[in-house]
Design a protein around this ligand. Structure first.
Ligand SMILES: [Zn+2]
Length: 134
């Protein structure tokens, strides 16, 4: 069944379908946003998926990597503590869009910051990421 996907990382609108095995496929484009304006429908969709997954993966990686950025839920999953704010923005256009992330509300040691940057750098590259930690 096709669903409409509104990425939280841009203003594109795409139609996608789950193949039943967990893979989501692009089936149509309703709108390509200004940031992805130079890309055709499928290319805009693929780029938006990369951006969204990178943004979500960095958040998960932070919780997995740095103890001060980890809250363990009752089911054993981890997330950022409620006191930590994860802010993100994208700059650039089309395939050159890059992610900048910032974690605030926590005092990280230099070792924490280095571990986080190294973990992000070692993660599978999706879109370029700049990290600011305060
Ligand atoms: Zn877009």
């Amino acid at each position: 069944m096709a669903t409409t996907w509104y990425p939280d990382t841009c203003d594109c609108v795409h139609q996608q379908v789950d193949d039943g095995a967990g893979d989501v496929m692009h089936v149509g484009t309703e709108r390509v946003c200004a940031d992805h304006g130079g890309l055709a429908g499928l290319a805009a969709y693929t780029q938006a998926r990369k951006e969204s997954s990178t943004k979500n993966n960095v958040r998960a990686l932070a919780a997995e990597t740095v103890a001060k950025l980890r809250k363990t839920n009752p089911d054993g999953s981890v997330d950022l503590p409620d006191t930590v704010t994860y802010a993100w923005t994208f700059t650039g256009l089309g395939l050159a869009r890059a992610l900048t992330v910032q974690f605030s509300g926590v005092n990280l040691s230099n070792a924490d910051k280095t571990a986080l940057r190294n973990a992000i750098a070692a993660a599978p590259a999706r879109v370029p990421v700049t990290t600011t930690v305060s």
